[in-house]
Design a protein around this ligand. Sequence first.
Ligand code: ZN
Length: 133
Amino acid sequence: MSLFDFTKGKKQVRGIRRRTLKMILEAGRSSLPNEFGAILRAEGEVIDQLWLIPGTESSDSAALFRLHMLPIDFHVVGTVHSHPSGGCWPSGADVELFRRFGYVHIIVCDPFDHDSWACYDGIGEKRDLEVVD
Ligand code: ZN
């Protein structure tokens, strides 16, 4: 069972603001060697805001999202986290998290340049996400 009904008031997210993506990649880089995690919020069809999650030292991204502590609203669409050791594909624990929470998930990975990210849907399948100025 989902912790939150993401279908209520759901709009299809089509993109992410360039500055928001840049912020995510910078946070991933500056968090090294630790993992970075945040909640993604969208205004309309475009992700434009991050909510940082406290206590992201864990290398286990599933444990990283303390879902019961999160302030949830209808602008929340999913999660972002980093893979400090590289590789932007989701782990088994990541897919578990994606299934439970939201429908747009970004993974950023070392070396955190403009190509070092990938986007997944609520079942862990890769999906497109447009970078919007
Ligand atoms: Zn992960």
